[in-house]
Design a protein around this ligand. Structure first.
Ligand SMILES: NC(=O)c1ccc[n+]([C@@H]2O[C@H](COP(=O)([O-])OP(=O)(O)OC[C@H]3O[C@@H](n4cnc5c(N)ncnc54)[C@H](O)[C@@H]3O)[C@@H](O)[C@H]2O)c1
Length: 389
């Protein structure tokens, strides 16, 4: 079968990193036939690689079968819909879009095309063995009923320099949010992938708590489920070194996912069975320690792109279908809305009301952000070389 003709739009941090992976031969079954950025400083032109400064022209050029959209999130809706309407396969960087209404528009547009093409999202952390192993434990019901979840993911430390790169970052108008929309789509996606969507969300957020930005860089979230399960989700871009500790409290014991292993403090009998049958008032079930060592972080971005290509060529099941990208966006949006309103938000939330509040925030903002656009391209090259996940 012919190679899939691949186009990348947005040659900043992420787009350059993906282009480098393709040029390094890390992905099979595709040829990079076009790139596009509104900046004139595109990478040096290579044979067989058309260059565009207008994405509409690239979409209509006939040079590509698939497009990878690596532009800032506010443009995801417009570019995504144009690409879907042009019958291209689409891989969208996370988040799927800035708000739930934009996600709905993208999904509707995909449905309108008859869903004949492949529409995927870059949730590369779904390839991480920490999470695939945990998902397997949950899906095969080895943990029994899940009763509580705590996830502290505060290792997303970012500097003032980071926020100053790219004028769109960390503004209501340019990005539509902060840590919940930029860094945490990964974790919020994993959260809903592992535990399902909650019915109520309450957010306690710090806006510009650690950085000179107007959006949130600190969040403590409470997710409530109708089955009685509660979950906390804590994140920040201002704490170093930070932690990434996921604790799942289930009928069959406590599972902690952290660093290079999964530790399962396993009840020999479930806590519900023990409670029902014990003739003592104060005893607990016997436990054993199950240590599941985890090696590496999985294939990350390269695996997602390879899966996208394999899905186009051979119908391989997608690791991260774009249709599921709406859930992490809704969790982020509901958390922001909750903090602004000072109340708990019921899900599903009202998408159009949220979109108009967010627009108002952007339109009324007088915040002056520090910008260092000139240096951001050097930074993009560093990012590409570091093959950052
Ligand atoms: N999956 C991941 O791990 C990961 C990591 C970083 C960024 N991202 C996502 O990738 C996207 C881009 O982030 P980034 O850090 O690379 O941003 P960036 O600012 O470094 O790069 C964005 C690029 O898009 C270009 N651009 C903007 N509008 C355009 C348009 N209409 N047509 C063509 N080019 C346009 C800009 O000129 C810039 O070069 C974001 O949605 C972000 O969330 C994902």
């Amino acid at each position: 079968m012919e190679n899939i003709r691949y186009g990348i739009v947005g040659l900043g941090n992420m787009g350059r990193a993906h282009r480098q992976s393709i040029l390094d031969g890390k992905i099979e079954g595709l040829s990079l036939t076009a790139i596009c950025d509104i900046l004139e400083s595109l990478p040096e032109k290579r044979d067989g690689e058309a260059q565009f400064t207008d994405v509409d022209e690239m979409i209509q050029s006939g040079e590509i079968d698939a497009i990878h959209i690596c532009t800032p999130h506010p443009s995801h809706r417009k570019i995504g819909i144009k690409a879907l309407e042009a019958d291209l396969h689409v891989l969208m960087e996370k988040p799927l879009a800035v708000d739930k209404a934009d996600c709905q528009a993208l999904i509707q547009s995909y449905k309108d095309t008859g869903m004949k093409r492949v529409f995927a999202a870059m949730f590369n952390q779904r390839t991480d063995p920490h999470y695939t192993t945990l998902k397997d434990l949950i899906d095969t019901n080895q943990l029994g009923e899940i009763r509580r979840v705590h996830w502290s993911v505060t290792d997303w430390f970012r500097t003032e320099y980071y926020y100053a790169m790219g004028g769109w970052r960390a503004t209501w108008k340019g990005e539509g949010g902060g840590v919940l929309l930029n860094q945490c789509p990964h974790n919020l996606d994993l959260f809903q992938w592992l535990f399902g969507m909650p019915q109520r969300v309450t957010g306690f957020l710090g806006f510009g708590r650690y950085h000179q930005i107007e959006v949130e860089d600190d969040a403590t979230l409470l997710f409530q489920y109708n089955d009685g399960k509660n979950a906390t989700f804590i994140t920040s871009t201002g704490e170093a070194p930070g932690v990434n500790r996921l604790e799942v409290i289930a009928d069959q014991g406590v599972v902690t996912v952290e660093e290079n292993n999964i530790l399962w403090n396993k009840n020999e009998v479930t806590s519900s069975e023990f409670s029902a049958n014990s003739m003592s008032g104060f005893s607990k079930p016997e436990t054993s320690i199950v240590n599941i060592p985890i090696e590496g972080r999985g294939g990350q971005h390269i695996e997602i792109i390879q899966n996208f290509i394999n899905s186009i060529r051979e119908g391989e099941e997608l690791i991260s279908p774009a249709m599921e990208g709406i859930n992490s966006v809704e969790l982020a949006n509901a958390s922001l809305l909750s903090a602004w309103k000072g109340k708990t938000i019921e899900l599903p939330m009202d998408a159009s009301k949220y979109a108009s509040i967010l627009k108002e925030k952007g339109d009324n903002s007088t915040f002056q952000k520090k910008k260092i656009d000139a240096q951001s391209m050097a930074s993009a090259d560093d990012f590409a070389k570091s093959n950052k996940t």
